[in-house]
Write a protein that binds this ligand. Sequence first.
Ligand code: PGA
Length: 247
Amino acid sequence: MRIYEVKDYQEMSRKAANIMFAQMIQKPDSVLGLATGSTPVGIYRQLVEWYQKGDLDFSKIRSVNLDEYKGLSADNDQSYAYFMRKNLFDHVNINPENTNIPNGLEEDAQKECGRYNSVIQELGGIDLQLLGIGNNGHIGFNEPGEVFEAETHCVALTENTIQANARFFEKIEDVPRFAYSMGIKNIMQARSILLVASGESKAEALEKTIYGPISPAVPASILQLHNQVFIVADEAALSLVKERHGL
Ligand code: PGA
């Protein structure tokens, strides 16, 4: 794991965007694994800025997103499909046909998970997977549990995640209870992984990710087994790593 410590959220966004930039320059038809949540917003803003300046070209880029709420349509303003359009896709020259997100409206979980695994496979796998991390150590919607789920699956969200996501909904009852998420094998087969974290609320999860035992109790800890992981995190997110291990 290569760890980059940066001062704050803004620096995290810039550094992570630089890593994505390098990937896109080296391979203009890269398959990018994309993530949602608050953390990547600044990265996408930076990529849009570079695109507008003429420094980046998304015309051949393919993308696969980590996850989507089950039950929300792509037009729902809380869906991850909507998030991606608003934060990135609507502002760059990516071909919408080259973007992939699980279909939240597919009721048949087995069918949708199978379809999404095939999409990833047909793209030839993921070149660079961007990941946020939950304060419970989840990646995508791979929640802490007894086992690592290998491939795309339908997840019952934990109470912790429902609470964490409630801020985006009018009332907590509106937060979806299920989601489709890539599995750990889908993520681990990415050729490189970029994990970003900002703020003290991520400090415990990040410390366990980097130094803890590899366990499905902290899903991100599996990343210790991947040989091309970049972690870009700010001082607050790395505070416990530094306190307990130095850096
Ligand atoms: P956040 O979520 O970026 O909104 O903190 C990260 C995650 O849950 O993966």
